[in-house]
Design a protein around this ligand. Structure first.
Ligand SMILES: [Zn+2]
Length: 355
């Protein structure tokens, strides 16, 4: 995404942050007049562990500092371009205010007014005043309130709006109905209809991980038994293979190690069982699988497709939704957060340049 000499001045820029239980990732994008997004700077990633921190201030300060580096790299080239701020967080977010309602992993970010907290921190770091109380078109010399969204919703937005869909070649990709399933520590998910993320009545849609898939399965901390995420999460995969982590399980499986391959395939079968239930409820045109476990690729997806087709209600009489791996990978959270922030500020985003 280099900017050759003569590249037109962007109409806006956005800094995107992705704040999860294990890392803070950040990047910046430029928006051009034709609606094209292009990466503005090299993305950053800071590994952290916040799970036990009840005080959210250090996390807010770290997130703001990581975002500020991206802001500086945009400003050094484009001093007058307005900059929007977008955050995707591993938390339930109130869709009206951006306030975090709950987070299993970001303890210090529970019940916090995240846009205001982050704006104050960014204001201190950049020496610019906070613009106003509402998100809107950012004036060049102030910090507007960041737009804060759930991380799976941000990733789904990036996949639905900016990813190249198999079978289409226009680059303008909008699925009629796409379901994102992000498999990591747990399962995150989101539903996208006609390019818009359906967040539910209160912003909590897409919590697919606690759907019961195996009624005779083990108890879950949520109170149910046999929850989907207990069967397909990173931890479940590693346990099935007897390995320390999902990462090593997947690496060894891809290298041909038999037990690890079998563990990935078994995980894929449970993935497919859950997808069949989701298909029965939501009737999506496609499933996109993201998160760290998706790194197993076809070894995971092939058995998932078989189980999906086998258990899809009325499967002989309807098309089976496609199942593919997410194309934005590790960047989907911050890219989606940045894109959503631009749209909330009034710009229209059409597509993105190839990575
Ligand atoms: Zn559960």
């Amino acid at each position: 995404m280099a900017d050759p000499v003569g590249t037109p001045v962007p109409v806006a820029a956005a800094v995107g942050l992705d704040v999860g239980g294990g890392a803070v990732k950040a990047g910046a994008v430029l928006l051009h007049a034709d609606g094209m997004l292009a990466r503005a700077a090299r993305p950053a990633e800071v590994r952290v562990r916040h799970r036990l921190e009840a005080d959210g201030e250090p996390l807010t300060a770290l997130a703001a500092a990581t975002a500020r580096e991206q802001f500086d790299s945009v400003r050094s080239r484009w001093p007058r371009v307005p900059v929007a701020w977008g955050v995707s967080a591993a938390a339930w977010i109130d869709p009206g205010t951006g306030r975090s309602l709950f987070s299993p992993h970001l303890m210090g970010w529970r019940g916090r007014p995240l846009p205001q907290d982050l704006a104050r921190s960014l204001s201190r770091l950049t020496g610019r005043p906070v613009a106003d109380e509402e998100a809107g078109t950012p004036p060049p010399r102030s910090v507007t309130l960041p737009s804060v969204v759930n991380d799976a919703d941000a990733a789904a937005w990036a996949e639905a709006r900016l990813a190249r869909q198999p079978g289409h070649d226009a680059g303008h990709l909008r699925s009629d109905r796409m379901v994102l399933v992000a498999i990591g520590t747990g399962i995150g998910g989101a539903l996208v209809r006609d390019g818009a993320v359906d967040i539910g009545a209160r912003g909590m849609a897409g919590e697919f991980g606690h759907m019961t898939v195996d009624p005779s399965g083990v108890p879950c901390p949520c109170g149910n038994t046999g929850c989907w995420e207990l069967l397909v999460s990173a931890e479940a995969l590693a346990a099935r293979a007897g390995r320390a982590s999902a990462r090593t399980t997947i690496d060894d499986a891809l290298a041909g190690q038999v037990e690890c391959r079998q563990a990935v395939q078994e995980t894929g079968r449970w993935l497919g069982r859950g997808l069949a239930t989701l298909a029965a409820v939501l009737d999506p045109s496609r499933f996109v699988i993201g998160g760290g476990v998706a790194a197993a690729g076809e070894l995971l997806l092939a058995p998932a497709r078989v189980e999906l087709a086998r258990h899809l209600p009325g499967g002989r009489y309807r098309p089976v939704p496609s199942v593919t791996v997410a194309t934005w990978g590790n960047s989907s959270g911050w890219v989606g957060a940045a894109g959503i922030a631009l749209e909330r500020a009034g710009w229209s985003v059409a597509t993105a340049t190839a990575d």
